[in-house]
Design a binder for this molecule. Sequence first.
Ligand code: SER
Length: 621
Amino acid sequence: MRSTDIRSTFLDFFQKRDHRVVPSSPLVPSDPTLLLTNAGMNQFKPYFLGETTPDHSRAVSVQKCARTSDIENVGRTTRHATFFEMLGNFSFGDYFKAEAIAWAWELFTRHYNLDPERLWVTVYQDDDEAAHLWRRVGVPSSRIQRLGMEDNYWSMGIPGPCGPSSELHYDRGPSFGREGGPAIDGERYQELWNLVFMQNLRGEGTGKDDYPILGELPARNIDTGLSLDRLAAILQDVDTVCETDLLSPTFELVQQLAGRAYPGRDGSDDSTSFRIVTEHARSIAFLIADGVTPSRDDRGYVLRRLMRRAIRHSRRLGIDLALPDLTSSVIGTLGSTWPELTEHSDLIRQVVTAEEEGFERTLRQGSRLLDTAITRATSTISGRTAFELHDTYGFPIDLTIDAARSAGLTVDENAFAELLESQRRQAHRASQDKKGDAVARQELHRRIVSEHGFTDFVGYSSLTAETTVLALLTPHGKAQAATAGDEIEVILSRTPFYAESGGQVGDRGELHTSTAKAQVLGTRPGLDGLHIHTIRIQEGELRPGDEAEAKVDAAHRSATARSHSATHVSHAMLRRVLGDHATQRGSRVEPGRLRFDFTHNSPVEITPLQTCPFTGVAELR
Ligand code: SER
């Protein structure tokens, strides 16, 4: 079965069972606690948490996912990928285990026609109900295994909704590994579909399977995820995810450019490189299409790491400048299903070309430093030099080791590993702190919404509002009062203040009560639907429960609106001068000034234009 038919069979099956088809969300999530979209359920998190009520209680989707936790396994196993399409059906407080299990079995055995004798099931260790339901649809007890938290309890890897899960696996036969079911061998008994019974809320923890369960979600939900790559490999009877119709044109191109054939699943370095280059080319194209550009941190670093791995492995295979052609091939194969690839094809080509050429220069610079180190060393290159090469020049450690070996030297790999680990710990701490703050703030906002509901926004029709102070917030939690000189955040029952959005500054103005006067310095969004005002108390005392009058600074609002119009003009101008790929990547819109971010992968010549009607805008040539 072709991958397009696998997708449509899935969507039709669940649509007939009253599921609403929901488009994939982008790989760059709106959830600030998440780096990249890593599961179909991400966009539905507020429904599971009960923060928002969906207008339909069942959904089905094909979601683009990026997961780099398994990056080291890509190419080494037949099944891991850093990008994949996930087919999923979802229930928001509607059906639960019985329907999810019966439908999964029906779809697999009667629509995809998988041999029931080759299907195995795992359930969470004490989930007798799931085991019973699987037996009821016909799975014998001998093919149902019970596993622990690490395998059969699913969360997003961060605080949020979670629950026990049950997975469907397919036995690919003895040439893939040992007998004994999925508990013994994940290569042979390949996990295809994960059914998560979303019912709990997890807190912050130290690892994948070590976190506190804080309680129950408002309702019991279903979240399933079926890997299109893996199902396609089974239904198309190929060994690896690179050989399905989703990736085979790119896989063949890698072989053509390398001037030799893929050696097969023989465990050799070549076999691994062929698969890494193919798989990463797809992730790279999709990430760039969704607005990620290579950089030193966050998601930009994820992209850069994928690109550098793909480039290194393509060099191993003797291919120069591989990524422009390989990503074009990905676009050719998948562009009709995912039009954003075609729409951004020029940009993808420019970004990968610039990065690959830049990496080439990096390697040359690193080589000079390495040559000096080799000349000076008597027997060993220090861990610090290897680390500097890696950290400053992006020079991979295996290249350093190879070069040292050719000169009859060794590298102090232990010292290198220690430096790397200490840098990793530092980065992890920084990102945990960032995540921790964001999570704590979200928790506080969630409590306010459950007590008072969302902010009633009246700013489309009015610049003033009679309102009530619902809560005063400091960085450490709620406050009982604020007095003259305090700068504090306030949540109001109704507001005329626009919240900052998409880089456009929020409204400013004033807040008066019978006893206090405050300046509103800015407004930003909290949880979706909640407005947070930053105020400075000028006189008197402000307390939750106070009646107040809110008034927007009208001149500030209209100056912001003018800058907003100016971004549209700039955007149109950039597209006309540079081309359609010059799409918006971010912006800052405020009174009298704007910044417009766009991607273009060569220097842009700028001439200040005196006659331009708004200040600070330049003519591009
Ligand atoms: N959220 C689960 C997963 O990603 C099932 O969709 O595996």
